[in-house]
Write a protein that binds this ligand. Structure first.
Ligand code: ADP
Length: 490
């Protein structure tokens, strides 16, 4: 296959603070590597407390002007940013594939999805309306005003380096907030490319700031963003463990907080499922991004009477449709995992299960011939509570398939975890669809559908999966304050 080579004008190697491309104040940098072969793409600044303080100051200053812009002005600004993203989609996809490893096809899909949030919020910004209330007494007028909350900190993960930024920043800018983006240490280049496009779109200095950090500085920078009185909102997408740290740290300043944390999605195939749809949904939901998404199907439950049929068809699809390798090559469908710690975790989980009697149907090993971070698509059955993998969020291309007999049992198993982000089920029985929908303890459900995200959807979880919603008309609320106004004696 031929390698695609294009110019890389959006590939930046500096942070972006107050409208300027800057190094870290200490001069320190860290390497961003391509997970396909660990080659260094470039170095970016390893910013710390001093740089973050500058970014907060810049965002605070910029907010004083930006808060007075009209919704139409912010809409135009976002639209301009969106248009540039659209024009640069292919280049953005290439940068994304380089630093994240996902296939070009998957990167193109993420860029399209990520861009759509900026388009959506450019439209939504004009619909942030207040309310006129009915007063309980004469001569009074009661109103609700909506105002931007202030400076917002946005901390994002590596699995969707583009969309997790646009979903937050689009909403923040639409509301009239200014922001500090702290991208993942694994994927800062997509974030910086978005910063370059924001600069080209004419964003005033300080409205968007990007602070890049290595793992050494992520915690101190995160702490400062949480504890600064000048930052009024924190929006985080990442692991539940880090989310809990940030939630705690935000208590001292009673910050507005939006959290999109881990999931552990059940994927249920009922007796009356359309099996071809279910298998296609299972493939998309399990293996997208090589299993590294928070809405990935994580626990498959298949009705006893359909179990063998599903297993057979699923295995056939895996061997026929998944082509792992260097994501920048055409024809490759799935890339490597993001880093060695992910591969090690998955290897340990699978080996532990196999030692304790789980049955392996395919995969179960690294694919060292492809690169250091590849793990084969794996299917396990006969998994029980004694195994570490049981009920755990896997974040890799490993499918664990359980058998069930009754609806009641499977709903109980599905709800038996402390998190609740996405859930999926397949059934052609309308009564069952409504019954199960009401009972599942998750924030989002795909019924006869494996891919459910879009800008119009209210993305978010219940239980320990998070707080608040992103996208949809609700996504702006994290960035708005309500001001109640009572005008007396009129
Ligand atoms: P993942 O498992 O997706 O890597 P993390 O929660 O570790 O999830 O990372 C998500 C984001 O949180 C990244 O930008 C990372 O740098 C940041 N991060 C990690 N640890 C901390 C911390 N202690 N404080 C603030 N941010 C952190």
């Amino acid at each position: 296959p031929s390698r695609i080579v294009r110019s890389m004008s959006l590939l930046k190697s500096q942070g972006y603070i107050n409208g300027k491309w800057v190094p870290a104040s200490t001069g320190e940098t860290f390497a961003v590597c391509n997970p396909v072969n660990n080659s260094i793409i470039t170095e970016v600044p390893d910013m710390s407390v001093e740089d973050t303080t500058q970014a907060i100051d810049a965002a605070k200053k910029a907010f004083q002007r930006f808060r007075t812009t009209t919704a139409k002005e912010r809409s135009d600004l976002l639209r301009c940013w969106y248009n540039l993203m659209l024009q640069s989609s292919e280049e953005l996809a290439e940068i994304l594939t380089k630093e994240n490893g996902k296939s070009l096809a998957e990167s193109r899909a993420e860029i399209k999805y990520g861009n759509s949030f900026v388009e959506w919020f450019s439209e939504e910004s004009r619909r942030i309306n207040g309310e006129v209330l009915q007063a309980p007494v004469r001569n009074r007028k009661l109103l609700i005003l909506k105002q931007p909350i202030g400076v917002a900190a946005l901390i994002t993960p590596w699995n969707f380096p583009h969309a997790m930024i646009t979903r937050k920043a689009g909403a923040a800018i639409a509301a009239g907030c200014t922001c500090i983006i702290k991208p993942s240490e694994d994927t800062p280049l997509t974030a910086l490319a978005l910063g370059k496009l924001a600069e080209d779109a004419g964003f005033p200095p300080g409205v968007i700031n990007i602070v890049t950090t290595s793992p050494k500085n992520s915690a101190v920078v995160g702490k400062l963003l949480c504890e600064s009185t000048d930052v009024r909102a924190l929006s985080f997408t990442g692991s539940t463990a880090v989310g809990k740290i940030l939630y705690n740290q935000c208590a001292s300043t009673v910050k507005r907080i939006g959290l999109e944390l881990g999931g552990n999605a059940p994927f249920i195939i009922f007796e009356k499922a359309n099996m071809d749809l279910a298998v296609a949904g299972a493939m998309a939901s399990k293996f997208r991004n090589t299993g590294q998404t928070c809405v990935s199907a994580n626990r498959f439950y298949v009705h006893d009477k359909r179990f063998d049929e599903f297993l057979q068809k699923f295995k056939e699809k895996i061997s026929g449709e998944i082509k792992m390798g260097d994501g920048s090559l055409e024809g490759i469908t799935h890339g490597p995992l993001i880093k060695s710690s992910q591969v090690e975790t998955i290897e340990c989980l699978v080996n532990d299960a196999l030692e304790k009697g789980a049955k392996l149907h395919c995969g179960g090993k690294r694919l060292d011939n492809l690169g250091p971070l590849f793990y084969a698509p794996t299917v396990l059955t006969d998994v029980d509570e004694s195994m570490e993998i049981y009920g755990k969020e896997i974040f890799g291309p490993v499918a664990v398939i359980h058998r069930f007999k009754s609806e009641e049992d499977v709903v109980k198993m599905a709800n038996s975890v402390p998190v609740g982000l996405a859930g999926y089920f397949y059934s052609e029985d309308l009564s069952q669809i409504f019954r199960v929908t009401e009972k599942l303890e998750v924030g989002m459900i795909g019924v006869n559908e494996g891919i459910i995200s879009c800008a119009e959807a209210a993305f978010g979880g219940v239980k320990e999966s998070g707080i608040g919603r992103e996208g949809s008309t609700h996504g702006i609320e994290d960035f708005l304050d309500i001001k109640y106004l009572c005008i007396g004696n009129v």
